[in-house]
Design a protein around this ligand. Structure first.
Ligand SMILES: Cc1cc2nc3c(=O)[nH]c(=O)nc-3n(C[C@H](O)[C@H](O)[C@H](O)COP(=O)(O)OP(=O)(O)OC[C@H]3O[C@@H](n4cnc5c(N)ncnc54)[C@H](O)[C@@H]3O)c2cc1C
Length: 412
């Protein structure tokens, strides 16, 4: 009997692990995800700013699995827990037994429970439904504001982005750019929209290299984004937030991106975790004391070869997914596992419109249109390769049933 590998979560880590295991043809692979698509979070800012449609940020997991052959399957299920002794992953639909498992359920926005009202009055963009909801509500509010004031936006419209990490900066910049274009192309009387980034540190992109910090800060300022530094959001009400327990800021719309916590799956797992609830894995990406279980991507605390903890990014997720899957292949072949060599190859920050700042391999540093072109090529290539693979699977999809004679007449 071929061993059965279950991958939980079809994001950046899960999709990479899937490819390695499927192409090895040494095992049966089951991918389980609560959604039938892989959400391209790294392109979320484009969706929010109306630069692309919903379909551009999704990869169909059903077609992807079908494309690899009969030994690969997909089940849409939400996983609630794992019985490590019985080797069983419990979903809402059924229990998925495994010989080997890779946990790749990612992370969620860390809405600080001590900040009253934060979760209720702000939007997150870590899920596709969240991003869509945000985009639709934002446009509705903007529209209502224009209607109610007879086409003259005399009252300010304030947008607050809580958190100045990669996602906060990208969203603030893209929205600022969108609003500029919106104002220029459509409503010349509505020039009273302000974006604030609230950060507890001195600068945005805290911890990243100075080149990126400087470029991002300058670009945000050019786009008119106000960076409110050394400030903590201490409570939030419907249209007002309090900074540092004393200063009030009125807002119309708020997005919170101030940090992540591992997916809810880890909450009840009896495994070693860090303060973000991420599973601490060993150098093989294996969950400690759980021989056949690996974890990859944001759900895990990943380290580089020098034991430095890596930031949770799509690139570390992809590399760890490949690594965990390669080690399972080696175990199936009764060979020794290899320690991980995950390393950050650089960082790319989209800064609104045709502008990005990138730093790759320690020596390529580019910003502006050139940065945008390089970032776009890298992101499009990732999506295009997956899309081409999916097309192979679409041919194997069962034909949809025709439900009435009219449909039969025109579509059969
Ligand atoms: C706006 C934004 C911009 C970003 N920009 C960048 C960037 O430019 N560069 C970069 O490197 N990183 C970026 N990131 C971070 C990057 O997106 C994450 O690090 C990456 O998505 C992590 O991949 P993952 O596979 O671990 O998790 P995910 O991609 O989040 O995938 C997790 C999967 O698990 C599924 N899942 C979760 N829970 C369950 C469950 N209980 N049962 C079944 N399925 C489940 C989910 O549906 C999902 O498909 C950005 C993030 C955001 C939000």
């Amino acid at each position: 009997m071929r061993p059965r590998v279950v991958i939980v979560g079809g994001g950046y880590a899960g999709v990479k692990a899937l490819k390695v295991l499927a192409l090895s043809n040494l095992c049966d692979v089951l991918l389980v995800d609560q959604h039938p698509y892989h959400y391209l979070q790294t392109e979320a800012y484009e969706l929010i700013a109306n630069e692309c449609s919903m379909t551009r940020v999704m990869i169909d997991l059903v077609a992807l699995c079908l494309s690899y052959g009969d030994h690969v399957s997909f089940i849409k299920d939400t996983i609630r827990g794992i019985d490590f002794d019985a080797k069983c992953i419990s979903g809402e639909l059924t229990c998925h037994t495994y010989d080997y498992a890779i946990l790749c359920t990612g992370s969620r926005t860390a809405f600080n429970a001590h900040v009253q009202g934060l979760r209720e009055h702000s939007h997150g963009v870590k899920t596709l439904s969240g991003a869509l909801n945000f985009k639709q509500q934002f446009e509705q509010r903007l529209y209502k504001r224009m209607e109610s004031e007879g086409g003259w936006c005399s009252e300010p419209f304030n947008i607050v982005v809580g958190g100045g990490g990669l996602s906060g900066v990208e969203i603030a910049a893209e929205m600022a750019h969108y609003i500029r274009v919106f104002h220029r192309d459509n409503t010349l009387t509505c020039d009273n929209i302000h974006i604030f980034i609230i950060i507890p540190h001195e600068t945005v992109l805290e911890g990243m290299e100075n080149y990126l910090i400087t470029k991002a800060t300058r670009r945000l300022m050019t786009l008119g984004v106000k960076i409110v530094n050394h400030s903590r959001i201490t409570s939030v009400e419907e249209h007002t937030l309090i900074l540092n327990e004393k200063e009030a800021l009125c807002f119309d719309f708020m997005i919170f991106t101030g940090g992540i916590i591992a997916s809810t799956l880890t909450a009840d797992l009896d495994v070693t975790k860090n303060s973000k609830s991420q599973i601490i894995v060993d150098k093989y990406c294996r969950v400690s004391f759980r021989e056949c279980v690996f974890a990859a991507g944001d759900i895990a605390q990943l380290s580089d070869t020098d034991d430095v903890i890596l930031p949770s990014t799509a690139q570390s997720a992809e590399q760890s997914g490949v690594h965990a899957a390669n080690n399972i292949v080696l175990l199936i072949q009764n060979r020794a596992m290899r320690p991980s060599n995950i390393n950050m190859q650089g960082m790319m920050v989209a800064l609104g419109g045709n502008y990005a700042a990138i730093s790759l391999f320690g020596w390529i540093k580019v910003s502006g249109l050139a940065g945008h072109i390089i970032k776009t090529i890298i992101m499009r290539t990732y999506r295009y390769i997956l899309h081409l693979q999916c097309v192979k699977g679409v041919e194997k999809l069962p034909k949809p049933k025709s439900i009435c004679s009219f449909q039969k007449k025109y579509f059969s």
